[in-house]
Design a protein around this ligand. Structure first.
Ligand code: CO
Length: 293
């Protein structure tokens, strides 16, 4: 009797400790570069809310790809997962069918890194997930650009009169195809409104090239907004900051009036809709790449 009871007990312990592999369990992992600024959080909060509404009842896990930002937040007692930690957490939650959404604006350096990190994690733990679908970054197709440009121009229009320019600050860098995407993005905006200019903090599409164009167009008032998912450090300092080399200061020096709008892209409902569409339509299953060799 005693042996049978302890056998049943042991069997129960074994069964209850097994991960719930039988039933598929869905979840979402949102991956952003990250921000350490509290004033930038409304964008991430709005995105989080939109995903929790769209994927009701499913866990929505977040990760930041920036180690510097995660370390800074950790010092303030705030823990944010890295991509690896978040994948482990998703597995711990019993998620088998995982939708990963990149909050990057273009498929540049940070997005490529995210892909590599996911693939590396999957290779390290084979069979842990049934599916891992990766959603494309914000600006991948002509439709994306059309919808995002329309939403950004409409949002800026609230305070913008005829003849006033809108300058958007993208991130950019020369490591990856991000700079080329931003050049196409700048053209897309210009096609909708010739007084909208896109330049980047890093990379080949600097603000230097935009300044003479503003002068030539006879612009007197120049609205400024980030073309980034949050209005974080770059928006507050490099774009609208008081330092001499901020875009606002350079515009002022030219005798124009800068009008900053510190709103992150994630605060615009139409932008959130693009991210949600990318998550929903993601076909790239990293757990089962289609080509076998
Ligand atoms: Co940066």
């Amino acid at each position: 009797m005693k042996t049978a009871a302890s056998f049943i007990c042991a069997l129960f312990l074994v069964l209850s400790s097994l991960p719930a592999q039988a039933a598929s369990s869905k979840g979402v992992l949102i991956v952003a570069f990250g921000t350490s600024m509290a004033s930038a959080m409304p964008s991430f909060d709005a995105i989080d809310k939109a995903y929790k509404a769209a994927y009701r009842g499913q866990p929505v896990v977040w990760a930041y790809t920036s180690d510097i930002i995660r370390k800074k937040l950790a010092k303030e007692g705030k823990t944010v997962f890295s991509v690896n930690q978040a994948m482990n957490e998703c597995a711990r939650l019993g998620i088998t069918d995982l939708r990963v959404q990149s909050l990057h604006v273009t498929g540049g350096e940070e997005y490529s890194m995210l892909q590599r990190m996911l693939v590396k994690n999957l290779a390290k733990h084979p069979g842990r997930f049934e599916h891992v679908w990766l959603g494309k970054p914000l600006l991948e197709s002509a439709q994306d650009l059309d919808e995002v440009a329309g939403a950004v121009i409409k949002d800026a229009a609230k305070g913008r009169k005829a003849g006033e320019a809108l300058v958007l600050m993208g991130h950019g860098n020369d490591r990856g195809p991000g700079d080329l995407t931003m050049r196409a993005v700048a053209q897309g905006f210009k096609a909708k409104d010739p007084l909208v200019y896109v330049a980047t903090v890093e990379g080949a599409n600097g603000f230097d090239a935009v300044l003479p164009q503003l002068r030539q167009a006879g612009v007197k008032t120049c609205h400024l907004a980030p073309l980034m998912v949050v209005a974080g450090d770059h928006a507050n300092n490099d774009l609208a900051g008081a330092e001499e080399d901020s875009w606002a200061s350079q515009i002022k020096k030219e005798g124009m009036t800068p009008v900053p709008h510190l709103v992150g892209l994630g605060q615009l409902p139409a932008v959130r809709a693009v991210y949600l569409r990318h998550t929903r339509d993601a076909k790239d299953d990293l757990a089962h790449p289609k080509k076998s060799d």
